[in-house]
Design a protein around this ligand. Structure first.
Ligand code: CP
Ligand code: NVA
Length: 306
């Protein structure tokens, strides 16, 4: 069932072609089944993952660590503050050093360029565990969740409402690879990265609008994320989003009747989403959080080619 991923690093999601994405989703579903039955094999025995965090994390840290553990491997958590990088050791020297000890690196950083530089000097795979610009692992879990609930990712429409942020940038790259219809509604000035949009537009058409009602029209999936990401410092951001871009029951009613709601979490209830939506029957956010574990196992196994 294994397939070697052509690119060494996963930094944006653009590194994967549609066949590789489909394979990871299938493998993630298979790992989920195996884990529920208690049938997992220690296929990552003697493999070590180093995880570097410049920013806080709950899901990314725990799902990667537990994933390695469940497959017989090991994970080391490194806070960027406690590495010699904090005292001026270069990114390249750190990458070269870690490459001599561990088999794969996952890093959560502020500046996306840090990851680019890290992966340039690392001889082992580097996975983006979130940067200011992209969050590819989240979108793999989101696609796996959508596949579970909607079966065919190619025949659906996804609506992204709110901030054109890191999660949104990876989402549009992923949708372009799978040729999934996507409409993004953001306030003026909060559109997704122009690089991500132009890259995605090489493969497919993407609707970008300032009208959330237009975006959710006929949508099978409605997604949002916090309006204030970890790297955002502008205190007046929220007023640009509220109340127009909150995913309310009224907005959900404009989508298809059987539309599902996704949020990568952590959520600010009654800011980007009404409590009744995120805690209601259309929400699949707990499946989505769980699927980080399964699809990242698929990613690790495929990058390590075991
Ligand atoms: N969704 C996500 O990446 O969550 P954490 O910030 O808790 O890792
Ligand atoms: N956009 C959010 C995602 C958190 C998982 C952030 O960058 O803080």
């Amino acid at each position: 069932m294994n397939l070697k991923i052509k690119n060494k690093n996963i930094l944006t999601l653009d590194e994967l072609d549609s066949k590789e994405i489909e394979h990871l989703l299938e493998l993630g579903l298979e790992f989920k089944k195996q884990q529920k039955k208690g049938h997992e094999k220690p296929i990552l025995q003697n493999k070590t993952l180093a995880m570097i965090f410049e920013k806080p994390s709950t899901r990314t840290r725990v799902s990667f660590e537990v994933g390695m553990l469940q497959l017989g491997g090991h994970a080391i958590t490194l806070s960027a503050d406690n590495l010699q990088m904090a005292r001026g050791e270069t990114i390249s020297d750190t990458a070269k050093t870690l490459s001599r000890y561990v088999d794969v690196i996952m890093a959560r950083v502020y500046d996306h360029d840090t990851l680019e530089e890290f992966s340039e000097h690392s001889s082992i795979p580097v996975i983006n565990g979130l940067s200011d610009l992209y969050h590819p692992c989240q979108i793999l879990a989101d696609f796996m969740t959508i596949k579970e609930h909607k079966k065919n990712l190619k025949k659906i429409k996804i609506a992204w409402i709110g901030d054109g942020n890191n999660v949104c940038n990876s989402l549009i790259l992923g949708c372009s690879k799978l040729k999934t219809q996507i409409s993004v509604a953001t306030p003026d000035g909060f559109e997704p990265s122009s690089v991500a949009v132009s890259t995605a537009k090489l493969h497919t058409d993407i609707e970008i609008t300032n009208d959330p009602i237009k975006a959710v029209e006929n949508a099978d999936v409605v997604m949002t994320d916090t309006f204030v990401s970890i790297h955002n410092t502008d205190k007046n951001r929220l007023e640009k989003f509220l109340p127009k871009f909150t995913v309310t029951p009224n907005l959900m009613e404009q989508a298809k009747k059987d539309a599902i709601f996704l949020h990568c979490l952590p959520a600010k209830r009654d800011q980007e989403v009404s409590s009744v939506v995120i805690d209601g029957p259309q929400s699949v956010v707990w499946d989505e959080a769980e699927n980080r574990l399964h699809v990242q196992k698929a990613l690790l196994v495929s990058l390590l080619n075991v």
